[in-house]
Ligand binder design. Structure first.
Ligand SMILES: [Zn+2]
Ligand SMILES: [Zn+2]
Length: 331
């Protein structure tokens, strides 16, 4: 596991087992994500898939550009995908008169394009190729040249900012696999359409890692999921006192504190003290608030909760940062 970034300004983590590489969340620009991967010695071109926890911008900011650039599939729940599409598609409301005008303009533009290209569009007369067919063009392994496909992709992107080269739906509670990694998605309580955490099981090495950030509290299903882990990335978002006294407006404080907000240092510690089985090699504390937390406070709170179990058997506590990638955790 390599945490490329963690926090409210962007999240991304690389999970590698054998020859399988998965990026979990793409919450920074494509350029920044690729830069950070190179920094930690991971080749972005070798990524097999992108997996999305939820549609908040700190988890998806670079999603479409990265997926298109690397031409890799995005694994996402259907509800999260819908919410993301709504988010990235510009909303336009127009009057009926305006709509008629727009239709007329588009008709004229099509006629012009047809006239310019003669019968160049697959023999369908003056109609330009329907860019909506791009999925078929790629999937059917047709005889179109790569250049032609690229051209269709670029026109499709212009027409549809939510275009992704391939989308695979998963459902919380239903396991699936990407290459050598088995993935168990679980529902987390957070104010998004269908937010998920993940347990990753490297089949050949029987190593288990999990990501659980962006959750208001730790419900029973999450406690169940976070058992028998070798590495756990757990949210330790804020110190309650710092949040209460801090600069956020009251409404934002309420949101963060709510059952669908973020996990406090104290709530993370409560989990580590009462529910955690103590078997992990490393616990990574992540999604720390820059305004309402101090890394050393988060660490101290977690270490106190782990108490006597630290040391011999592992239970090393490390802090994921916003600005720099964390050293890869290799088992
Ligand atoms: Zn987040
Ligand atoms: Zn979120």
């Amino acid at each position: 596991m390599t945490v490329l970034a963690s926090g409210s300004k962007g999240n991304a983590t690389v999970i590698v087992a054998g020859s399988t590489r998965i990026l979990v969340d793409a919450g920074m620009s494509c350029r920044e994500l690729m830069k950070r991967m190179v920094q930690v010695g991971e080749d972005p071109e070798a990524l097999d898939a992108i997996l999305i926890t939820h549609e908040h911008v700190d988890h998806v900011a670079g999603l479409s550009v990265l997926a298109r650039r690397l031409k890799i599939p995005v694994f996402i729940t259907e509800s999260t995908h819908r919410a993301w599409v709504r988010m990235v598609t510009p909303r336009s409301t127009m009057s009926y008169a305006k709509w008629l005008e727009k239709m007329q303009r588009e008709k004229e533009a099509r006629a012009e394009a047809g006239a310019a290209q003669g019968t160049g569009w697959g023999g369908s007369g003056s109609e330009p190729r329907d860019v909506g067919q791009v999925g078929l063009a790629l999937d059917a392994d047709s005889d179109s040249s790569v250049a032609e496909v690229e051209e269709v992709i670029s026109s499709k992107v212009k027409a549809d900012p939510a275009f992704l080269p391939a989308v695979e739906y998963f459902r919380a509670g239903h396991g699936f696999s990407i290459g050598e990694i088995d993935i168990s998605p679980f529902t987390i309580p957070h104010d998004a359409a269908d937010p998920c955490g993940f347990v990753f099981h490297a089949r050949s090495e029987s190593i288990r890692m999990a990501i659980a950030t962006d959750l208001g509290y730790v419900p029973p299903n999450v406690k169940m999921a976070l058992k028998g882990l070798d590495v756990l990335l757990l949210e330790s978002n804020h110190d309650l006192e710092m949040l209460k006294d801090g600069p956020y407006p009251w409404s934002v404080k309420q949101r963060v504190l709510s059952r669908v907000g973020h996990l406090s240092n104290a709530a993370a510690a409560e989990f580590l003290l009462r529910d955690y089985d103590g078997g992990a090699h490393t616990i990574v504390l992540g999604h720390l608030s820059e305004q309402n937390n101090l890394p050393e406070l988060a660490r101290l709170t977690a270490e106190q909760a782990i108490g006597g179990r630290m040391g011999l058997l592992g239970n090393r506590v490390v802090l994921a940062a916003q600005d720099v990638p964390l050293e890869p955790i290799c088992l």
